[in-house]
Ligand binder design. Structure first.
Ligand SMILES: Nc1ncnc2c1ncn2[C@@H]1O[C@H](COP(=O)(O)OP(=O)(O)O)[C@@H](O)[C@H]1O
Ligand SMILES: [Mg+2]
Length: 277
């Protein structure tokens, strides 16, 4: 897509969004003429240090994108910009064609359909796996159910599908606090899925996982792609190799290289700053 296509959109949609409360939901994201996520010329400075430096990146609808790069490359800061936690000093960030992320609050961005998983799992330990998923669904403002209302058949079916996807069906009645580290991570991904995000951001999802858990997480990421757009930041190259389609290498706040796993791994600049260490 061209820059003009995004910039040609007037300020209407985000203005209307702010004015009407949170009206835009994930299924309203307009991707008919372009990517689901569009970052251009994003810069973020912390006390004069450029954490992001003219970063441009697009993610297609339904894509599974891997982002790698050395510590301090700006990967987490990029996710902070996408989710509204950090405002860029310069550049544009659009979700679909019309949703200007730089104009929305974190809550509005989550509601618009961007889900983010942080490194540390934040499940409700005393509640069961089922209850965690149920709570996540009810936290979604689009699902207007009273706290104690019974779940509809459709809602139960959604929880069932999610349990299947995150491979926690056998643990459904266990308190989340008793799950393994890996299972907690999957549960948190499941909780994000209950809000039906269009775009999922996963920051180092396999950190601290066993090899087997890592491979199961790779399967999970593969099955999410297509239904959702997924951006995965990871250091674990075995994991990346298993799921990679397009890989983007960040370095010093901008894109150093982008392409297939093979192309990126063979790129001398990537070897020098990252893989060759
Ligand atoms: N809130 C902040 N204040 C100051 N410096 C920060 C802040 N957040 C990140 N940085 C700095 O920005 C750079 C990029 O950090 P980060 O995005 O966390 O990198 P990555 O996730 O790729 O390891 C680092 O040098 C980091 O120290
Ligand atoms: Mg990081």
């Amino acid at each position: 897509m061209t820059t003009t296509a995004v910039h040609g959109v007037d300020a209407g949609p985000s203005g209307a969004l702010a004015g009407a409360g949170m009206r835009v939901a994930g299924h309203d994201v307009d991707t008919t003429h372009g990517p689901i996520l569009y970052l251009e010329g994003i810069s973020v400075s912390f006390d004069g240090f450029k954490a992001l430096n003219d970063l441009s990146l697009t993610i297609d609808d339904g894509e599974l994108r891997c982002i790698i790069g050395p510590n301090g490359a700006g990967k987490t800061t990029m996710m902070d910009v996408i989710t509204g936690k950090t405002r860029p000093d310069a550049g544009s960030a659009f979700f679909g064609q019309a949703i200007d992320l730089t104009q929305l609050t974190e809550a509005q961005i989550a509601h618009a359909g961007i889900g983010r998983k942080f490194q540390k799992p934040t499940v409700f330990e005393q509640h069961t796996v089922f209850e965690n998923l149920e709570l996540a669904m009810k936290a979604d403002k689009r699902v207007r159910v009273a706290a104690r209302a019974r779940l509809s058949g459709a809602e139960l079916a959604r929880i069932g599908e999610t349990l299947e996807l995150i491979q926690l069906r056998d643990e459904v009645h266990r308190p989340a606090g008793l799950l393994s580290h890996g299972q907690k991570q999957w549960l948190e991904i499941g909780m994000l899925l209950m809000q039906e995000p269009r775009l999922l951001l996963l920051d180092e999802p396999v950190a601290g996982m066993t090899d087997e858990e890592t491979m199961r997480t790779a399967e999970l990421c593969q099955s999410l792609a297509g239904r959702h757009s997924v951006v995965v930041v990871e250091h674990d190259m075995d994991f990346i190799a298993r799921i990679a389609r397009t890989v983007t290498v960040l370095h010093e706040g901008s894109v150093l290289a982008e392409g297939s796993m093979d192309a990126v791994q063979a790129d001398p600049r990537v070897i020098e700053v990252y893989l060759g260490r």
